[in-house]
Design a protein around this ligand. Structure first.
Ligand code: NOJ
Length: 530
């Protein structure tokens, strides 16, 4: 059967970063968003016109990586509510016609997970340790890490325990990596999938989907002299910087997703899964979405593309071609909770916002699904969070600013922090909000037809009426500084240059910022023409 008409194939999915969306019960005014806060604000998502929301982890967790360190995969952290609050959220979302995708974190647990606590209490070589990657150290005294791997958050990927063994953590030391070669691990996660599927979730976002398996030898990574210290960037898919990576993209990982696909297909209602896979090439990304594996994978190549018609055209063309080999749907994303918000990446200020809106409008014309990150519909920029307020584990490990600046709680109403985020008693959010966000609140933007919020609502509504088939052929090319995309009788033109250019003929269906009737398309502007 063709996938063409399944809901996720061309859905617009809105990412909710649970700590920063809205603060409701159970601890009113603690300054941290929660599940009842999301439920209360679901009408915002209905009015925006998205099809689904993806909620970042809300499971029991010590919050060392803000939920990506899970201590119990089948319970809600008391910070965010309880299981009944999740059931209420899901029921309300479904009433409003919104699907719900939850996050699954299979690469590592929290160090507070019952398995890891048992592993620490047990002997080297015990079955409890065999669920993780414990190894003896190198050197005569075993006091050097077992290999040269680095944590994504900086420093060594190994931490030593009291009896002298070391355990692997590709992220923070509080996030020990599981050993997926141990069958107990796969069985545990099948149980977790079923737990949430039975509750009625529509899909999963799979964290670090390219991780899970490590090359069995756990050998050293070969790091050429010239790339030492260079971090893997989103751009790598575009640049095709191929590196030796014995910790990522091992062939065995695909069997996990074949197993999960079978589980998902046992359920009715077109349940789906989307991979967060930072693969080295578009081709290796496509392997995660073969017909018997996951349904989608985030296309980070689009997110990493600089403001350039030529580069946009190249990424659109290669992304569509790569997923075609897997007969899957492309996906597009510009911002998420791990990267600098896209208006800031495009230069910030008025220009950054205009470019951000133009890139969004181009994205919404592309086939497949688009993932939006909370706050982009308000045109929020990256915030320079003061050092004393930073909370990202990578900040603590490296001294680099980290990801807090894209995780600042949303402004809903009013003219001063906490901008209706919650906390009627005046409690401030867990990351401080800028004092100049009064004009950016949902309330303020609802009153302004030229606001970014009004633009997003128009764009999503126009997408629904204009692009009705998921599989129309799409072409993208650069004509000098113009990006020209053609799909379903619509021509999308984005002016990435510095000067106005004559607007091609046709009816303007929507523009990213106002276009006057002088027949010119200003710089940093996108239009849909028919
Ligand atoms: C990717 C998540 O998006 C990020 O926020 C998290 O820190 C890492 N995976 C580790 O789970």
């Amino acid at each position: 059967m063709s996938n063409t008409h399944k809901w996720w194939y061309d859905a617009v999915v809105y990412q909710v970063y649970v700590r920063s969306f809205a603060d409701g019960e159970p601890v009113p005014g603690d300054g941290i968003g929660d599940l009842p806060g999301i439920t209360a604000r679901l009408p915002h998502l209905r009015d925006l016109g998205v099809d689904a929301l993806w909620i970042t982890p809300f499971y029991r967790s010590p919050q060392k990586d803000h939920g990506y360190d899970v201590a119990d995969y089948e319970d809600v952290d008391p910070l965010f509510g309880e299981l009944a609050d999740f059931d209420a959220l899901l029921a309300r979302a479904h009433e409003l016609g919104l699907r719900v995708i939850v996050d699954l974190v299979p690469n590592h647990t929290s160090d507070q997970h019952v398995w890891f606590r048992a592993a620490l209490a047990a002997e080297p070589g015990s079955p409890e340790r065999a669920r993780y990657l414990f190894r003896d150290g190198r050197g005569p005294a075993g006091d050097e890490p077992p290999n040269n791997w680095s944590s994504v958050f900086g420093g060594s990927a190994w931490t030593r325990v009291a009896d002298g063994q070391w355990y692997l953590h590709l992220f923070d030391s509080t996030q020990p990596d599981l050993d997926w070669r141990n069958p107990e691990v796969g069985d545990m996660f099948e149980g977790v999938l079923r737990f949430w599927l039975d509750r009625g979730v529509d899909g999963f976002r799979v964290d670090v989907a390219h991780g899970l398996y490590k090359e069995a030898s756990l050998r050293d990574q070969v790091i050429p002299e010239e790339t030492k210290g260079r971090k893997k960037q989103a751009e790598s898919m575009v640049e095709r910087v191929l590196r030796d990576e014995p910790m990522w993209e091992q062939p065995e990982v695909h069997d996990v997703y074949r197993r999960w696909r079978k589980v998902l297909e046992e359920y009715d209602g077109d349940r789906m899964a989307v991979a967060e896979a930072w693969t080295q090439t578009a081709e290796s990304m496509a392997q995660f979405i073969r017909p018997d594996e996951l349904h989608q994978a985030f296309n980070f190549g689009w997110l990493g593309t600089p403001w350039s018609a030529k580069d946009f055209a190249a990424v659109i063309t290669s992304s569509i071609a790569a997923v075609a080999t897997a007969a899957a749907a492309p996906t597009w994303v510009l911002s998420n909770h791990d990267v600098v918000r896209h208006p800031t990446r495009y230069g910030g200020g008025e220009v950054g916002l205009a470019r951000g809106r133009a890139a969004t409008l181009a994205m919404l014309a592309l086939p497949g699904s688009a993932y939006l990150y909370q706050g982009e519909e308000l045109g929020l920029e990256q915030v320079d969070v003061p050092p004393e307020a930073r909370q990202d584990p990578s900040w603590f490990r490296t001294g680099q600013p980290g990801r807090d600046g894209c995780r600042v709680p949303l402004p809903w109403s009013g003219s001063a922090p906490p901008y209706g985020f919650g906390g009627a008693d005046g409690t401030q959010p867990w990351i401080p909000q800028p004092t100049d966000w009064g004009g950016l609140t949902v309330e303020a933007q609802e009153a302004d037809p030229d606001s970014t919020l009004a633009f997003y609502r128009r764009a999503l509504a126009t997408r629904r009426t204009v692009f009705t088939g998921a599989e129309e052929a799409t072409t993208a090319e650069a004509d000098g500084d113009l990006l020209v995309v053609r799909r379903a009788g619509v021509t999308v033109v984005v002016n990435t240059g510095d000067l106005p250019v004559p607007l091609p003929a046709g009816e303007v269906l929507i523009s990213s910022t106002a276009v006057s009737d002088d027949g010119m398309l200003p710089p940093d502007t996108a239009v849909w023409l028919r």
